[in-house]
Design a protein. Structure first.
Length: 159
């Protein structure tokens, strides 16, 4: 999508993001899908998320939530990244993530956690039909991907 301010970075757009237990964020937003191994250092994920956003020219203040596999939201690296960004964490069961089509599935991840994608699938699941802006990026123990919320039309607005 073309950026209306004429700058080279992608246009974030506006939309709705369903996160956690039915909470809605209305307006411009990004969701960062994240995956972590048990060995991930507390700062590793946050550094990856910041590099991923900066590399794509996306503003960190447009992040509305982190999204991950059920049970990973309590990992110290995920909690630290969410706290630093000031956002909640949405968790999705492996079955829900397995139903999301992703560009970079991993058989290794599938064998380990029951879904071939965590970061990309969680980002897309949390946006409820959004667009994957940044495919997964990895470090030794963490993965991040960024999706944009879908455009939200006002009631009565024609498509």
């Amino acid at each position: 999508m073309r950026n209306p301010d004429g700058e080279g970075r992608p246009f974030v757009g506006e939309g709705l993001v369903l996160v956690g237990e039915g909470r809605l964020f209305d307006g411009v937003g990004l969701v960062v899908g994240v995956g972590v191994r048990a060995t991930a250092a507390e700062t590793e994920l946050l550094e990856l998320v910041r590099r991923t956003l900066a590399g794509a020219g996306l503003p960190a203040d447009a992040v509305r939530a982190l999204a991950t596999l059920t049970g990973k939201g309590g990992h110290p690296a995920v909690r630290a990244a969410a706290a630093a960004l000031g956002v909640p964490v949405a968790e999705y069961p492996a079955e829900a993530l397995a139903a999301v089509r992703v560009p970079n599935p991993s058989g290794t991840v599938g064998e380990a956690v029951g879904t071939v994608s965590v970061a990309e699938a969680a980002a897309l699941a949390a946006t409820g039909g959004g667009e994957l802006l940044v495919p997964k990026r990895k470090t030794a123990s963490a993965t991040a991907a960024v999706a944009r919320t879908p455009h939200h039309r006002n009631a009565g607005e024609r498509p």
